[in-house]
Structure formats: structure tokens, C-alpha cells
Design a protein around this ligand. Sequence first.
Ligand SMILES: O=C1O[C@H](COP(=O)(O)O)[C@@H](O)[C@H](O)[C@H]1O
Length: 229
Amino acid sequence: MQLHQFTDSAALNNDFAAKLVAILSNAISTRGAAYLVVSGGRTPQALFQALAATPLAWENVTILLADDRYLPTDSEQSNERLVKATLLQQHAAHATFISLYAEAENAFAAVPAILPRVASLPTFDAVILGMGEDGHTASLFPCSKQLAEGLADTAPAVLAAEPTSAPFQRISLSKVRLLDSRHIFLHLVGENKFPVLQQALADTDPMQMPIRAFLHHPSVSVDVMYSPK
Ligand SMILES: O=C1O[C@H](COP(=O)(O)O)[C@@H](O)[C@H](O)[C@H]1O
């Protein structure tokens, strides 16, 4: 784990957007295509706007979410709605977006339609994880019955989850699919997130705090991008 600390989110986002654009540009020059996985929630909105304003061969970039709430995609709390409103704009409007939504009776019934979209993708170039105050990341929630499945090394690329301490059924990429990336970042903004990070670093049990599966992984180094405000 490498911790990068900034005085505020403006400084963090400048640096982070530049890092991501360098990674994506390098992927495009080397392999002709780049794959970026982003998180939802409140934290990444300004970063998304900074990325959208940056010139890049976005037509060669594929973007998908690490997780989404199982809601119609125009719902106020849909991560997909957020990405479309803030990231897939300006220059980045040319990127390809892969949705984690399919209409079905519920999130569990939607998985067979969503799974092949994600399972067929190559190694990602960058994954941006978020973290909730309970140590959840993507929609791998400590309170959900599906956590062991999501953390298993044999898990499918995508699973449905039903948190009991957060609203909505979820669709999430599994730990093993998220780890299949050349770069993994954890994006944290707010003083309240720092003690949670310290707690996650102090022990290794991912069933208590799922972000530990990434922070303590023996062969993966996570770049933590943190600012207190
Ligand atoms: O529910 C979710 O929460 C986490 C953290 O969100 P934040 O608002 O504290 O940034 C997010 O990473 C995840 O994608 C989202 O579905």
C-alpha cells in the first residue's frame, strides 16, 4: 500500500486525473485500448469532471463501474446516472460505457445478463475503489450474506448482493475481477475516512472490513489517494 496525501480534494484530483490519463494513454499506445473501472458514491464526482475535461483518445477507452445500486439507470441514486452526468461528458463522451444494469425481477435475476459483459473483458488498466465507513468497497458489504462469495478466489466476475445496513440490492464486481488490473487505487476524501483506513490497515480479516482484501493482498499494491476535505 502506498499512501498519497493531499491538502484538499482539488490538489488530489489534479494529481489523480494526471496519473489516470498517463495510465490510459500508455495502455492505448501499447495495446490500442484502455479499460477503466470507477466507483460511485459521493467521493469521485469532482475527479470525474476533471477527467471529462481532459483531452485523450477516449474513443479507445472502455469505462465500467465497480458496483451499482440495482435501480433504473435514471434514478438519482444510480451510480450509472452519476457516471453519465459527470464522467461521460465533454472529451470523455467518446468513451464506451458498460452498464451493470439489466431489467429483471431483482438484482439476482439480472446477473446472468450482466456477467458476460464483464467476464469477457481483458485485464483492466486502472480500478478506482471507494470505501464506506463500514469498510465496504464496491458492493462487497460486511453485512451482506453474499460477502464470502464476493471475496472468493473462484467467484464469477459479477455478483448480486443485498446489504442489510445500506439501501438497495447491488450488482458488484467480485474481488478477483477487481484485482485483475494493472493499477488499483483507493480514493478517499474526508477526515472521517482516515480512521477507517487505519482500522482496515490494523487487521487483515476481510469479512470484517472487505477493503482489507485489497490493502493486505500479498501481490497487489494499492495506491491510496487521500485528502481530508
Ligand atoms: O454505496 C457505495 O458507497 C461507496 C462509498 O461511497 P462514498 O459516497 O462514501 O464515496 C462507493 O465506493 C460505492 O461505489 C457505492 O456504490
